[in-house]
Design a protein around this ligand. Structure first.
Ligand code: ADP
Ligand code: MG
Ligand code: MG
Length: 314
């Protein structure tokens, strides 16, 4: 009798959506421990958000930003030191020290365009070199402040995938606001959001298993000021909202954290330079749609266009 129960439970599935990390997080799992795994993932996300969010005033990161020095828990230290590596791998396009610029632009509410003088005044605070790590403490120089928003969802997607695997679920899809991690024996199709379409409309799909796909773009979080569009991704190189030819950048790989960082970076750098930095890295591939509907891939990607308004650029 135990056997029938166990066989039946293999198909138990659990799917839950919660608003967290300022987005919708949907975790789906199938298998005996699905429910337990999903709930442990949500706990993990909540704990990490409490520690890392710049929008929570007593988070470890907020206290670091306020005082310029703080001891951080091991996982935050690891993320901050990885972020410094991503900065060099992306030629400065991904940089967690963008926070003073994000504040200046008020990327959550966008009320006005800052002046050139204000941007110039803020620029000395920007740069991953302003982050000094020694043992478990971090010091910020030159008035720098950090914001992990460009990699936190990727980091947590990896975390969730690990938790799912620990519980030996048969398959799982972790979707943290479009940062996907897909686990299981079978290939699945992961649709890429059409940057010009309604939410849920895709322009093509990637097929794979046990991979992460992370998409960034200016189509969801942006504002229009004086007839011009401003997006929530900042170029640390010139202090302005990213204005490249990229409409959406999807990065595919085993490390969702790295995918997240590179997705943001490609939006800053544009198609040509974006392809270059992705090709220079092991373990990641990309699908980039430009603003004219041309789609570029880095090479080894199982990607298919399904929307006739998009064409292949390479
Ligand atoms: P999403 O908000 O969908 O996760 P991204 O992964 O592209 O999109 O991250 C954008 C967030 O990252 C912004 O809200 C901001 O907090 C931060 N950010 C903006 N520009 C950069 C940048 N050039 N490098 C690192 N982080 C950035
Ligand atoms: Mg990102
Ligand atoms: Mg992100």
């Amino acid at each position: 009798l135990i056997l029938t129960g166990a066989v039946f439970s293999q198909n138990v599935s659990c799917s839950e959506t919660k608003f967290m990390l300022d987005t919708y997080v949907t975790l789906t799992a199938r298998g005996f421990n699905a429910k337990k795994a999903v709930s442990e993932c949500f706990d993990e996300i909540k704990n990490f958000e409490q520690k890392s969010s710049v929008y929570i005033s007593d988070s470890e990161i907020s206290r670091l930003n306020e005082t310029g020095e703080n001891t951080l828990s091991d996982e935050l230290l690891r993320l901050v030191s990885n972020a410094k590596i991503y900065t060099s791998e992306t030629d400065g396009a991904f940089d967690i020290t963008v926070k003073p610029l994000a504040d200046l632009w008020n990327i959550k509410n966008f009320t006005r365009v800052p002046t050139e003088a204000e941007i110039a005044e803020t620029m000395p605070k920007i740069g991953a070199d302003n982050i000094e790590i020694s043992e478990n403490s971090v010091r910020l120089k030159n008035g720098a402040q950090i914001d992990l928003g460009g990699a936190a969802k990727g980091y947590l997607a990896d975390k969730c995938a690990q938790i799912m695997q620990k519980h030996r679920v048969k398959s799982a899809i972790c979707d943290l606001g479009g940062n996907i991690y897909a686990l299981g024996e079978k290939n699945i199709k992961i649709g890429l959001q059409n940057p010009n379409g309604a939410r849920g409309e895709y322009f093509g799909y990637i097929e794979g298993k046990n991979i992460s796909v992370v998409t960034s773009g200016g189509y969801e979080r942006f504002a229009e000021l004086d007839g011009k569009k401003y997006i929530h991704i900042i170029s640390p190189l010139n202090g302005k909202c990213a204005e490249s030819d990229v409409a959406s950048a999807s990065i595919i790989g085993k490390s969702s954290e790295k995918c997240d960082a590179f997705a943001t970076a490609v939006c800053v750098l544009g198609v040509e330079k974006g392809l270059e930095i992705v090709r220079a890295e092991d373990g990641i591939e990309c699908v980039i749609a430009d603003k004219n509907g041309c789609v570029y891939t880095s090479g080894n990607v199982n990607f298919k266009i399904t929307d006739e308004n998009f064409t292949r650029g390479n």
